[in-house]
Design a protein around this ligand. Sequence first.
Ligand code: TXA
Ligand code: MG
Length: 334
Amino acid sequence: MQVIQINPDRPDAQVIAQAAAIIRKGGLVTFPTETVYGLGADAMSEAAIRGIFAAKGRPADNPLIVHVSSRDMLDLIAADVSDKAEALIDAYWPGPLTLVLKRKPEVAPSVSAGLTTVAARMPSHAIAMALISAARTPIAAPSANRSGWPSPTTAAHVAADLGGRVDMILDGGATDIGIESTVLDMTSDAPIILRPGWITEDEIAAVVGTVTPTAAPDALRRSPGTRYRHYSPRARVVLIEHGSPMAVERICKQHLKTGAVGFIGHTPLAIDDANFHAMILRADAGAYAGRLYSALREMDQYVNTIVVEGINETGAGAAVMDRLRRAASETIRE
Ligand code: TXA
Ligand code: MG
């Protein structure tokens, strides 16, 4: 396995050609996108796609997102692209919006995990775009973590989870956004948010009118991935959805009685204890999204309990809170 450093703004053409050759031969390449790192393989090759599921330890009923580098390439994998889908593509591609569309039969069956649909997006990261166009094939890529773990936002995270299981790791530095794309089901008349992400409900509604938000129970049935426990480090994650600074301090101190505690939050706490490790972030979605997964992974190395303070659920805050709730084994509202 090779780890290759590559300039995220002007990717070296020779390195990209080497990575694209691996994809064309049915191999596995991990690469940065604007959201998180992806574990890529040729979306049209069933053997290659099975390699993704094996490397991640991913359940076979959880379908993959296919990445394209042009509007034409989308036609290789998706049928019946509606006017609403076209409008969203015009507005938000390339970018962190995944559209679930009717699939073409040429897509490797395991990509869709038995569904009649395919999830597609065009990433806005120069390395991802260069790799897909050089491979001249759509690239299926789930987040490049072992199944159930926090998504990787650096090549070091990828190497820790998948080192030795992939053919090449492209290291383009830390990703910009830090949480995964919004997944939007376009197969019904009013699109349904299956997974909240960086593109918000309001931004989608501004283009297509009515949107069904994620909370609808039906969404869970439609997006298999949302059923699984996700984004969880080894340590126990305690999420404080609402709590006064005093309550946050009390909860941290309580857990300190049983061992080291990591705190990820926006309230600076006056706790003087060698077993207490705090990462204080600005209380906004951008700051949380950008640091969340790396903070969980980092804290996981030296504590058994991670206390996370939630943020306001407006805009992209909904996506941050969705990830936190899935990572948490206990949720506190005071
Ligand atoms: O930002 C992202 O989306 C990253 C980067 C690498 O592009 N990818 C990513 O992939 O997060 P993954 O596999 O970790 O999450 C894909 C999500 C899962 O919740 C899965 O169930 C859903 O998309 N999904 C994929 N295909 C689907 C389909 N045909 N219908 C409904 N949901 C689908
Ligand atoms: Mg994932």
